[in-house]
Structures are given as structure tokens and as C-alpha cells.
Ligand binder design. Structure first.
Ligand SMILES: Cc1cc2nc3c(=O)[nH]c(=O)nc-3n(C[C@H](O)[C@H](O)[C@H](O)COP(=O)(O)OP(=O)(O)OC[C@H]3O[C@@H](n4cnc5c(N)ncnc54)[C@H](O)[C@@H]3O)c2cc1C
Length: 422
């Protein structure tokens, strides 16, 4: 690898040679994991397929100590950035690092431990594990289940905790960020800290919904309960609902949780999985959802979105305001998810048209003064991020300054630019 880097730096075309800092950086590392200086397309793109960048290297860390070493070395450079890549299921390049380092968190997916504390069960999960792995290890092997899942389980634990993690269970139990009690985080300064509501609490709440800005989550302690039983009639008796809307399918708990896997398998079979996905996710206040329905669903989207549209209510009281997630003000708001699965052109519409349609929806909500927030947000400039966080912006910046003062982490979010002074 050193020979490769020599060539990398002392190549014939001096003008186009990459950053000299990278050589010092990689030599100093001495990792247990691996470093790939010619990363494949996996590190350059994400599920959205709307952006493509060139990272300098892909690192597969074996331990939190590897991550700490990488971060300390990056801090000694003048301009290196670093992005954790969960399963790369972002839409707008949030897990990418142009001319930076990508950490493939999937390399840290082993070491599950169920722990019992005061009669309650928890599982310590490596952040690079998929929720699908949690299903196998906890439900499959122990009959124990997290209370709050995502609807689709091919996402990493660290990736969803860096956003929120929502599903049909969120109404009752809150998002996944409300269902973890402890994290291990390597901060942007390279310090490895265990944090919780009572220990290093500022870091704990910063990292939850923190868009990867404050540290790399390496382990999460997830609250477990007995996996629910399958007595559908007993469950339905406890619900109040319009009987005419009842839709019932008889599947086991595991099959139910894997229901979106079939969408993935179908999309992969017909070439749509790898096409661009200009998805839009919004949280829209209950005060505005009727107007949203009239103008957006019945107007702008009257032709559909080429895939499922999810709409379900969420209660603000189930979300901890100390986390970094930005929410509408209203006590009740709806997640609206436009999960576009269009075939690529010429069979389907140009992705740019769909991006423009998303923009039109956001513009409409803004111009009408709706109480709404994008979920899995993405903006191009800091002014927009300030607006997104509103009165949480000062706290967000202060946390950034404490935990990642050189602005090394998660450059793909485009919130901060690398601070040049090491
Ligand atoms: C098919 C599909 C289904 C989805 N279903 C749901 C759903 O049901 N519910 C839901 O809430 N969301 C859903 N999402 C969105 C999903 O939550 C986001 O894509 C999220 O980013 C998690 O994906 P990931 O693990 O691939 O993370 P990535 O996209 O790889 O990373 C997302 C961000 O988190 C950062 N990050 C990743 N790992 C870590 C870590 N360990 N520590 C710190 N920062 C980290 C990255 O740098 C990046 O900024 C879905 C997305 C897709 C494509």
C-alpha cells in the first residue's frame, strides 16, 4: 500500500495529484481493519443514485480503536474529512465524502450481547449491524424484540439512530432514538466515550438524530421486550377503528417485519433497485395535513409517485427534545414518505423532474407557512440548515464545536465545511 501511495503522490502529473496529507495519514494508522485506496463504486454512491463523488479511501474498521486512530490522524491533516457509511441507503449523498475517507461500518457487525438490568432486557448491538441482524439474533434466537423498528430492516443501527428510525411502531413507542439507553461513540476528536442519559449525556443526545455530525456511533444498547404474539383477534379487540378499513393478512411476526424485503427483491429483479430514487420524506403537522392532502396528494401527485406512499401519525410526546432531531411544533404530526420506484429513463421519468416535483412540494409547504420538517433532510447551504433547526441551531453548533471542532465528520450532509486549522 505504501508503494501505491508513493505512486499516488509522486505520479507524473503533479497538478492533478491528490492530497499529500493522505500519505502521512495512512502510514500513521496501523489499523486492525483494512484500508482500500482505490475504493469501488460502493463508496462513491448511495441508494438515491443522484450524486457521485470520489473518496480517497475506504476503511473497514475492526474496532472502535481503529476509528479513533483514523479520526486522530485526520485531525492532524489540514483538510481530510470522514464519513461513516452505514448501508448507504441515504438519498442525497449524506454518507459520502468527496476527497475524504469513508468508513464502512458494516465491517463492525458482530458482537451482539443481550444484557439484563433490573429485570429488563437490552441488546448491545454493533452500529454497523443491520436491523435484519437484530431480528435474527434477538427475535429468532431469543424471542426478544426491540420495541421500535424501521419498516424496512436493511438499514444499519448507527445509520437510523443518526436520523431517528421510524415505523408503524413509532406512534406507540417513539422512534428508535427513544428506545436506546446507551451508546459508545468515537467523537470527532478521537475520544471513545460511553454515553447515556446520565453519563456524557450531551454527547448521547447530540448523537441521536445527529446526522453523523458529532461522532461515530460504534455500539448501541437497544431496549427489548418479549416478541409480540400472533393472536390477531386479541390485538384487534383492543383497537378502535373503522371496521370497513380493516385489511388483514395472516403472517408471523418475523415475516411481518420482513414485509418490505419483498419490495427490495422485486425491485432488484426488474432493475429498479439500482435506478435513481428521488425520495421525499416529510413530517407534516396535523393542522396542515388536510390542506396538504388537497394540494399535494390530489394535485401535484395526482398521477402517483411510481411506488408506495406512506402516511401515518406520530406523537411529539414520544420524541425526546434533547436529541438532535428537528420536528414540527405540533403535538401530532404525520410522516409522509414518497418512496419512488420508477424505472430509469427512457422507461421512466427523468429523475430531475421528480426532484423538481419534490421541490415544488416543499415550496408549497413553505409558502403556506405549514408546520413541517423534512425527515432525512438535505440542503445545499448553511442558511437552509439554520432554518431547518430553527431555535435548535445554536445548540447544534455548540455541540459540533464541542465534539468535532475541526468539522471532520459527515461532510456529505453539507452543514459545515472542514475547519482548515488543525
Ligand atoms: C429502502 C429504504 C427503506 C427505508 N426505510 C426506512 C424506514 O422504514 N424508517 C426510517 O426511519 N428510515 C428508512 N429509510 C431511511 C434510512 O433511515 C436512512 O437511509 C438512513 O440513512 C439509514 O440508512 P443507512 O444505515 O444505510 O445509513 P447511511 O445512509 O449509510 O448513513 C446515513 C447518515 O448517518 C451517518 N452514519 C451512518 N452510520 C453511522 C454511525 N455508526 N455513526 C454515526 N453516523 C453514522 C452517515 O455518515 C450519514 O450521514 C429507508 C431507506 C431506504 C433506502
Amino acid at each position: 500500500m505504501i508503494a501505491y501511495l508513493e505512486h499516488f503522490v509522486h505520479g507524473t502529473d503533479k497538478e492533478s495529484r491528490p492530497d499529500d496529507d493522505f500519505v502521512d495519514f495512512s502510514e500513521a494508522l496501523d489499523l486492525q481493519g483494512t484500508i482500500d485506496c482505490a475504493p469501488n463504486a460502493m463508496a462513491s454512491k448511495d441508494f438515491g443514485g443522484l450524486q457521485s463523488v470520489k473518496p480517497l479511501a475506504l476503511i473497514r474498521p475492526a474496532t472502535a480503536d481503529d476509528i479513533a486512530r483514523v479520526l486522530k490522524a485526520a485531525a492532524r491533516s489540514s483538510n481530510l474529512t470522514l464519513a461513516a457509511r452505514g448501508n448507504g441507503h441515504s438519498i442525497n449523498g449524506q454518507a459520502l465524502a468527496d476527497q475524504g475517507i469513508v468508513l464502512d461500518m458494516r465491517s463492525m457487525e458482530e458482537n451482539f450481547h443481550v444484557v439484563w438490568i433490573d429485570g429488563s432486557a437490552y441488546v448491545d448491538v454493533p452500529a454497523g449491524a443491520l436491523w435484519e441482524d437484530v431480528l435474527k439474533r434477538c427475535v429468532g434466537e431469543r424471542g426478544l424484540a426491540p420495541r421500535s423498528w424501521t419498516d424496512y430492516l436493511g438499514l444499519t443501527v448507527g445509520g437510523t439512530l443518526s436520523n431517528a428510525g421510524v415505523s408503524g411502531q413509532t406512534f406507540r413507542y417513539g422512534p428508535q432514538t427513544s428506545n436506546v439507553t446507551e451508546l459508545e461513540v468515537v467523537t470527532g476528536k478521537g475520544d471513545t466515550l460511553v454515553c447515556s442519559e446520565t453519563e456524557n449525556s450531551e454527547l448521547f443526545f447530540a448523537a441521536l438524530g445527529g446526522l453523523g455530525q458529532f461522532g461515530i456511533i460504534t455500539r448501541a444498547r437497544v431496549v427489548l421486550q418479549q416478541a409480540p404474539d400472533m393472536d390477531v383477534d386479541r390485538l384487534l379487540r383492543r383497537l378502535r377503528f373503522l371496521r370497513a378499513f380493516k385489511f388483514q393478512v395472516d403472517v408471523g411476526y418475523t415475516q411481518f417485519l420482513l414485509r418490505v424485503k419483498r419490495v427490495e427483491e422485486d425491485a432488484k429483479a426488474n432493475g429498479i433497485w439500482d435506478a435513481p430514487h428521488p425520495w421525499l420524506n416529510l413530517f407534516v403537522s396535523s393542522h396542515n395535513i388536510i390542506d396538504f392532502d388537497h394540494v399535494v396528494f390530489k394535485g401535484i401527485l395526482s398521477e402517483g409517485v411510481g411506488g408506495p406512499i406512506l402516511v401515518y401519525p406520530l406523537l411529539r410526546s414520544k420524541w425526546d427534545p434533547r436529541t438532535s432531531v428537528a420536528l414540527p411544533e405540533s403535538d401530532i404530526f404525520y410522516i409522509v414518505a414518497l418512496l419512488r420506484f420508477n424505472p430509469p429513463p427512457p422507461r421512466g421519468p427523468a429523475p430531475e423532474l421528480l426532484v423538481a416535483q419534490n421541490q415544488e412540494i416543499i415550496q408549497f409547504c413553505s409558502s403556506r407557512g405549514f408546520d413541517f420538517k423534512p425527515y432525512l433532510p438535505h440542503y445545499k447551504c448553511q442558511e437552509d440548515w439554520k432554518r431547518h433547526f430553527g431555535n435548535q441551531w445554536t445548540r447544534f453548533v455548540s455541540r459540533k464545536t464541542s465534539f468535532d471542532p475541526l468539522f471532520i465528520l459527515a461532510p456529505g450532509q453539507k452543514i459545515f465545511s472542514r475547519n482548515l486549522q488543525p
